[in-house]
Write a protein that binds this ligand. Structure first.
Ligand code: ADP
Ligand code: MG
Length: 396
């Protein structure tokens, strides 16, 4: 099969007489030297790669390494200095202005970290905006916008205004706005970087869930290895404009190409990834000790397909766990919630290393409850979550 996107020897240099910079690059002169001697900034050095249809291709690297410049070359928001970009067999770099405009309108969508929603338009009209520009008539565009809003989980918010939404929800609107146009290719430039870690992870999971349905070709930029590993089918690591390593998560973790990549992967092992906070999921539902009756809890279990449910008190502290069988029996026998055995559930803090968690969770009936300093429930970890995290790491 032909590749969806092919990038060949792409160079982007900022400054006067950039072709001089191309020569210097070819002679092997380093980025900072080119800047001091020729007053040229290397955005993207000599970069080649391809992306297949349906793939999530992640570009990762420190700030200033050239990620955004690379992405903006793909739809020619930046004119490449040299090299070739072929999308669906068509040479983007050779496109005329009208052809380029059509290509941007129909084939490619972009989501940024700091995109502006229109404050005086409802969420629905924000999402429908691109369709309006495209000349889609009102009923049709509102229908598409509504469907897309549902797709990103904002059902019920369509008539609100952006200021009424949290940062995470606004980011979903940004995603919906791009998706409403149904582009083949999505360019995402650090779309989740401004979000809280928990919401960020939720958005990553959401994107993976959406991708299963949509099967877009996604080029996703991040400076966070954790995010790169959970999203990327393949990952390109950039430094000073160059791609220094390209491969699957496993390949990169097991065989880091140089010190720069090693640094990234070390950060991961030591701090972020292998702790409770990075492995946990948001509880889909909990039983409220003082409020919920047997039927309500059973409905929650059923709705979310749970195999057990945690019980929390009025301050969101974990009291224990309930087995569905006990609830079913209580329902049959007309017992109240107070007559049902609440089982003990292991609790852990956000910072507990995954290694210790694996040892703790020998009783698989209930997930581990992750609690904050005030002992409030913030997440759950089932054994499957741990195994998935390890598998992603290439540990198993
Ligand atoms: N419009 C521009 N004019 C001049 N230099 C730029 C411009 N955009 C980016 N650069 C430079 O190009 C390099 C890569 O920047 P960028 O692609 O924004 O990096 P990243 O997205 O990885 O943080 C940096 O040295 C940056 O200063
Ligand atoms: Mg950037």
């Amino acid at each position: 099969m032909d590749h969806k996107v092919v990038v060949e020897n792409l160079v982007k240099i900022f400054g006067k007489n950039p072709s001089r910079g191309v020569e210097l690059l070819q002679q092997g002169v380093a980025k900072d030297e080119i800047l001091s001697s020729a007053k040229l900034t290397i955005g993207v050095a000599d970069v080649s790669f391809h992306v297949d249809a349906g793939e999530i291709f992640v570009v990762m690297g420190l700030s200033g390494s050239g990620k955004s410049t690379l992405l903006r070359c793909l739809n020619r928001l930046h004119e490449p200095t040299a090299g070739k970009i072929v999308i669906d067999g068509e040479d983007i770099t050779a496109m005329t202005r009208p052809a380029l405009r059509e290509f941007r309108r129909t084939k490619i969508g972009m989501v940024f970290q700091n995109f502006a929603l229109y404050p005086n338009r409802t969420i629905l009209d924000n999402v429908a905006f691109g369709l309006e520009i495209r000349g889609v008539e009102k009923d049709a565009r509102q229908k598409i916008a509504q469907e897309t809003i549902e797709l990103v989980g904002l059902d019920g918010w369509e008539n609100q205004y952006p200021s009424e939404l949290s940062g995470g929800m606004q980011q979903r609107v940004g995603l919906a706005r791009a998706l409403a146009l149904d582009p083949d290719i999505l360019l995402m430039d650090e779309p989740f970087s401004a979000l809280d870690p928990l919401i960020r992870k939720e958005m990553q999971e959401e994107l993976l869930r959406l991708q299963e349905k949509m099967n877009k070709t996604i080029i996703f930029i991040t400076h966070d290895l954790d995010e790169a590993l959970s999203l990327g089918d393949r990952i390109a690591i950039m430094k000073d404009g160059w791609v220094v390593q390209l491969g699957t998560a496993e390949e990169i973790l097991n065989n880091p190409e140089d010190e720069y990549v090693v640094k990234f992967t070390e950060d991961v092992d030591r701090s972020k990834i292998l702790i409770a906070e990075s492995v946990m999921h948001k509880p889909l539902a909990v039983a409220l000790l003082e409020k919920d009756g047997v039927n309500v809890i059973l409905r929650k279990i059923d709705k979310h397909g749970l195999s057990s449910i945690l019980v929390v008190d009025g301050t969101h502290r974990v009291v224990g766990g309930l087995h569905p069988e006990d609830l079913v029996r209580a329902k049959k026998e007309g017992l109240s919630i107070k007559d049902i055995p609440v089982h003990e559930v292991s609790q852990t803090l956000l910072s507990t290393p995954l290694r210790s968690l694996l040892e703790m969770s020998s009783d698989t009936a209930f997930p581990l409850a992750v609690v904050d300093e005030d002992q409030k429930l913030v997440g759950v970890i089932a054994r499957s979550h741990m195994l998935a995290a390890l598998a992603r790491r290439g540990v198993i």
